[in-house]
Design a protein around this ligand. Sequence first.
Ligand SMILES: C[S@@+](CC[C@H](N)C(=O)[O-])C[C@H]1O[C@@H](n2cnc3c(N)ncnc32)[C@H](O)[C@@H]1O
Length: 226
Amino acid sequence: MQEQADPEYCYGLLARDAAQQVEKHVPLKGATVVDIGGGSGHFTEEFRRRGAQSFLFEPDPGELYGHGRKPEGAVVADGYLLPLADGTADVTFSSNVLEHVSDPQTFLSEMVRVTRPGGLIYVSFTNWYSPWGGHETAPWHYLGAERARARYERRTGRAAKHTLGENLFAVHVGPTLRHVRSRDDVRIVSARSRYWPFLAGAITRVPGLREFATWNLLLILRRCPS
Ligand SMILES: C[S@@+](CC[C@H](N)C(=O)[O-])C[C@H]1O[C@@H](n2cnc3c(N)ncnc32)[C@H](O)[C@@H]1O
């Protein structure tokens, strides 16, 4: 709720939470982490604080400077085509990027490619039917994306940052889980709601309900040995 008023606090909290979630499965100290679509670098900074070598790849220079400073050593690059060799990373990480790419499956494949066999893949995204699915236009996206965008513009006097089909895409929990389960190069370690403190795993197992109640799906995957 404080994202707009106090982004440093909000993203610092999220970054610590995400790092703890990763560290339940792999120590960050000494790990090579690839942060894809890392924006202004809060996650990469937290991973580095915990002893990881974290590399940030972000296609939009405007996002890199989002909080007034460019994260050290960030690379302007697209998550579909990372300038990395196969199996480079112990951990590949993408927080809230999947719903911003038009082809999530290809984006996931590139994450898998750069992860070493046995390495960890952390993917989270806000699903479309989440109360926050419409991002700044939420929850009015339930009445249609166009209507929600028009309302936002009327109310704030400025255009919404996201347009459905351009830089925001309707990604759903069920189809994403089915896709990941069908892959033979990863296995699911955990599929849970990222932010819920309780019933986080149970929610994602209930078809229908999960599309609304998951809020933000967190998938932790392990790359299978090739
Ligand atoms: C909502 S922001 C998330 C930023 C940060 N990861 C976080 O969780 O705060 C979405 C990010 O995805 C990035 N993005 C969009 N398309 C991308 C792509 N094809 N490859 C990598 N990143 C992409 C955007 O530039 C933006 O920085």
